[in-house]
Design a protein around this ligand. Structure first.
Ligand code: ADP
Ligand code: MG
Length: 475
């Protein structure tokens, strides 16, 4: 008798083809990890989404990102190879790029001039021109999404993250595609809720170009409202002395890209023809810009600080109220109010500490031991929905960066007994996080939890976290 034919299951699982390796990056909605093809041993970057709690609309956004990425094959665009859809997870397998972020590389260079900036911008424009020709708008151009192909000198710039990209109306006419982008890079027409088009990408390149030349952004305000007002007015300038050494052609190109009037703004094709880009060797200055790389270091650090906190927040499904650098001890915890019997106060604070500790350590089993299996979570970023059960949280444990050291400090808890064996605790937290090779971050947030004593053990029934007040993620 013939031996049975071994067939691969119809849905070939990602895990059967690839081995997961270390973390490469974390965005607002996905984690990106290195992975290795089991057979040919080639390494790739896989973007992993937790789809457990996604609604139709969010799922269709993933479909859109996939569909768009699969259409794009260009030397300056990160290439998508294949995708997998599981019941709870979506995988997008991209070519691995190993050069890290463009902006991080620039600050490490000993020599950096306008000419280098021009070369970077040309590659971004090349990628964009390719997209725009195919009727695709990126909508989220910013430093985080500009990567380098390798660590080698002169490596190609690679445009990544088509998470907000959309296909343009076939007519090509401006249209309202929704409010999307990242605050500092949003074009005025988007802020004014006007129909828009490819011009929004040009605007964002203008912002990036400005930063590339001096190391700080053209629009920068403490509050979101003020920032938007400044952008809507198109209010930016070229302060002395750092701009004195920038060629007038570079400023001319920025002015054309940051034109308030979308119709008057330079197109990507025209920008590629601009002398500062097309005749780089003759027009763009070759003088080293020490001050730019110095300022850019500060810009990168600020960006990372906000970014790391946010992704940590989203990763752990925690929101932030303020970035608090002061509080580092548990001192405040001693000031528990006496609204509940002392033993209940101590037990509930203890249980809360245990739960937060399990999250810090990334221990799924310890986390489950402190929570009711049907725990209700009211979390920022989940829209009108509450989340029931623990499955949703599991993704973040599975994908938590094990190399990170996290410490959550519980401050000024207040415990109230709701009924016999049921208590409510409210507190503020300071989360400190350190990753190898990255800045230590610190942030605070507010939380309240309902605990119930079940067979002698406190189990968390419900958690409620505050909303994000400060963020720079894609909106
Ligand atoms: P998000 O939509 O969540 O912002 P991105 O696609 O921008 O996700 O990826 C997040 C981060 O992961 C990037 O900023 C980058 O650091 C890293 N990354 C993304 N794609 C790759 C890749 N192909 N190779 C290496 N790292 C990558
Ligand atoms: Mg991104």
């Amino acid at each position: 008798m013939a031996s049975p034919v071994r067939r691969k299951s119809a849905v070939v699982k990602f895990n059967e083809i690839y081995d997961l390796l270390d973390d490469l990056g974390k965005g607002a909605f996905a984690v990106v990890k290195r992975c290795k093809h089991k057979e040919n041993k080639r390494e790739f970057a896989v973007k992993i989404f937790n789809t457990v709690n996604m609604k139709e609309r969010e799922l269709s956004k993933l479909d859109r990102e996939e569909k768009i990425c699969l259409r794009l094959a260009h030397p300056n665009i990160v290439r998508l190879n294949e995708t997998f859809t599981g019941p709870a997870t979506r995988y997008m397998v991209f070519d691995l790029v190993t050069g890290g972020e463009l902006f991080e590389d620039i600050v490490a260079r000993e020599y950096y001039s306008e000419r280098d900036a021009s070369h970077c911008i040309q590659q971004v424009l090349d990628a964009l021109s390719y997209c725009h020709e195919r009727g695709i708008m990126h909508r989220d151009l910013k430093p985080e999404n500009l990567l380098l192909a390798s660590k080698q000198r002169g490596a190609d710039v690679k445009l990544a993250d088509f998470g907000l990209a959309v296909e343009i109306n076939p007519s090509g006419d401006d249209h309202w595609y929704g409010f999307a982008g990242t605050p500092g890079y949003l074009a005025p027409e988007v802020l004014n809720h006007k129909p828009y088009g490819k011009g929004v990408d040009v605007w964002a390149v203008g912002v990036i170009l400005y930063i590339l030349l001096v190391g700080y952004p053209p629009f920068w305000e403490d509050s979101r409202t003020k920032l938007y007002e400044t952008i809507k007015k198109g209010k930016y300038d070229y302060p002395s002395p750092e701009w004195d050494t920038v060629t007038k052609e570079a400023k001319h190109l920025i002015d054309k890209m940051l034109s308030l009037n979308g119709a008057r703004r330079i197109s990507v094709k025209q920008a590629l023809q601009h002398p500062w880009v097309a005749q780089r060797d003759r027009i763009a200055s070759g003088v080293h810009r020490q001050q730019t790389t110095e300022s850019l270091k500060g810009f990168n650090a600020r960006r990372k600080l906000v970014g790391a906190i946010l992704t940590t927040m989203v990763t752990k499904r925690i929101s932030t109220l303020t970035i608090d650098k002061r509080s580092t001890t548990d001192a405040g915890a001693a000031a528990a109010v006496a609204a509940a019997p002392k033993d209940v106060v101590d037990e509930v604070i203890g249980a809360t500490r245990q739960l937060l500790g399990a999250v810090d350590r990334g221990s799924w089993s310890d986390f489950c031991a402190t929570c009711d299996p049907d725990m209700i979570s009211i979390l920022p970023g989940q829209g009108q929905q509450t989340v029931k059960g623990l499955q949703f949280h599991k993704f973040y444990f599975d994908n938590y960066n094990k190399a990170a050291v996290a410490r959550t400090t519980l401050n000024s808890p207040s415990v109230k007994v709701v009924s016999d064996g049921v208590a409510l605790i409210s507190y503020s937290c300071v989360l400190q996080e350190a990753k190898p090779g990255a800045l230590q971050t610190s942030s605070s947030y507010m939380e309240s939890r309902v605990w119930k004593k079940v067979s002698g053990r406190w189990k968390c029934q419900q958690v409620h976290r505050s909303a994000v007040l400060k963020d720079s993620t894609a909106v």
